[in-house]
Design a protein around this ligand. Structure first.
Ligand code: ADP
Length: 479
């Protein structure tokens, strides 16, 4: 059932009904088509096994049954032959297989199966075996493959195939087949037309109820799926629009804000004459706030620029990661020293060439290292290192012994503006953009980022880069 909050977001049922495809999408149908063909080979094997069983009377007679192997043989040959044809047509068709052909192939397959099931159920004594039940899965699949009306037609075909042999037997038009004893049905089919009609009607009723229930559920699920897809597309559009408006507003704020900041600095640095002490304290506080807000503005613009870039729009060159990391560690030492935090860099045994730009690497590493320093306790230690992994990738890690991240918030830290509760307490000044920037950078570099953390014990961020093969010339600052 849809909750009230979700219901408000979903588009109206009537509107979606008109746009919703009546059956599965073409790619899903194609998937089911191949699956259907593969599964039928299992049915062929089972029929073969049935034939072997019927060919050895001691085996079948052990259960008191008399089965004519020719029914199994005919069904095996029919199923295998038609399956080969369907597989061939599907393989040779234009790819992706056009929707009308998919429907034709699926329809033909379901009907072939009905005919084979009719033959097999007749050969196995009709209602004396549970073979008739096998019509049900096909009816269920029909509700997925076809429209409601088409699946109803398939269900009527199933009813016909399941009941016709029974009726013809009862009318004496075809010989009576029984697996119990030749010429005598275990159940009194044929003994009375009323009983035969009753059985046929019961089967028809069961098949129709099955079709009705499953098609109603399939239809409402399909409708819900379409509504969710439409709601998701609308949310994406809204999100894009929101980002565009935020970015425009941020851009418009940047220039006047830079002017305000320079006036505040002019006041603070005494260019407008000496300030009384209380006024100077206020100006200092305004200056700090200006710095933080400016950081946020540039962060938002930077993030938006990275987001709109695609990996191809960046000119990546082969760079050795080791000297770049050493330089970033050196820069991070500056805020770490006053808090007696030690940064320990573990060198890699060999150069670590990756495809990147210095700017992207700076964005990524400076954010990871700044966070490690900020969220460390005073006097703590941070380990940074690089190593080549057995799978040929290069792993870079930054491990601190700081406040850690609560487990239930771990999967949200790469979302822009998100800050964990303990981080807000530890450092109220963050803007929640650093890891979002890191995530976008990693995307543009074709790398992967992962995090492990235990609250109160520390965090380990690792980035995995693709290694550049040895022939490329490696650029980068001297070590
Ligand atoms: P900010 O640090 O400005 O809050 P980030 O995007 O850099 O924003 O980080 C998002 C959140 O991820 C942080 O608020 C914090 O909860 C968590 N986080 C990131 N790095 C660490 C770390 N090294 N240790 C603990 N928490 C971290």
């Amino acid at each position: 059932m849809t909750g009230p909050r979700l219901r408000g977001l979903l588009p109206s049922t009537e509107g979606t009904l008109a746009r919703c495809p009546e059956t599965l999408r073409a790619n899903e149908l194609a998937e089911r088509l191949h699956w259907f063909i593969h599964t039928r080979w299992i049915a062929v094997l089972l029929c073969l096994a049935g034939m072997v069983w019927a060919l050895h009377p001691p085996w079948s007679h052990a259960f008191g049954l008399h089965v004519d192997y020719r029914f199994f043989l005919t069904v095996t040959l029919c199923l295998a032959g038609t399956n080969l044809i369907y597989g061939r047509v599907a393989r040779q068709a234009e790819q992706p297989v056009p929707r009308p052909l998919l429907h034709r192939l699926l329809r033909a397959q379901v009907l072939t199966d009905f005919l084979n099931l009719a033959l097999l159920s007749y050969g196995l004594g009709g209602i004396e075996t549970p073979i008739l039940i096998l019509f049900m899965p096909h009816i269920i699949l029909s509700t997925l493959f076809f429209t409601r009306i088409q699946s109803l037609a398939m269900t009527l075909a199933a009813i016909l195939c399941a009941t016709l042999p029974m009726v013809l037997e009862a009318a004496g038009i075809i010989p009576t087949v029984s697996i119990v004893a030749a010429g005598h049905k275990a159940l009194p089919i044929g003994a009375s037309p009323v009983i035969t009609a009753g059985y046929a009607l019961a089967i028809a009723g069961a098949f129709l109820v099955c079709w009705y229930l499953v098609s109603a559920i399939t239809f409402s699920l399909r409708l819900r799926e379409c509504q969710l897809e439409e709601a998701f597309a609308q949310l994406q559009l809204l999100d894009q629009e929101k980002s565009r408006v935020t970015l425009r507003a941020t851009h418009e704020l940047k220039a006047p804000f830079a002017a305000i900041k320079s006036y505040v600095y002019a006041l603070r640095d005494g260019y407008c004459g000496p300030l009384p002490d209380p006024a100077r304290q206020v100006v200092l506080r305004i200056g700090e706030r200006c710095d933080r807000l400016m950081d946020k503005i540039t962060g938002i613009i930077h993030l938006s620029n990275l987001r709109s870039a695609s990996p191809r729009t960046r000119e990546l060159t082969a760079l050795d990661l080791q000297p770049l990391l050493a330089r970033e560690v050196q820069e991070a030492q500056l805020p770490a020293t006053p808090r007696h935090i030690t940064l320990r860099l573990q060198d890699a045994a060999a150069p670590c060439p990756i495809l990147a730009t210095e700017e992207l690497i700076h964005t990524l590493l400076s954010n990871l290292l700044t966070n490690a320093v900020i969220y460390s306790h005073d006097g703590g230690a941070i380990d940074v290192g690089l190593e080549e992994e057995p799978n040929g990738w290069i792993a870079l890690w930054v491990q601190d012994q700081g406040i850690g991240i609560p487990e239930d918030q771990l999967d949200r830290i790469f979302t822009e503006h998100f800050r964990s509760n303990n981080a807000v307490q530890h450092n109220p000044n963050g803007n929640g953009l650093g890891l979002a920037l890191a995530r976008e950078t990693v995307r543009l570099l074709g790398a992967r980022i992962a995090v492990q953390s235990r609250p109160g014990q520390g965090s380990r961020f690792s980035v995995h880069f693709r290694h550049v093969s040895g022939h490329t010339e490696i650029l980068g600052p001297p070590r």
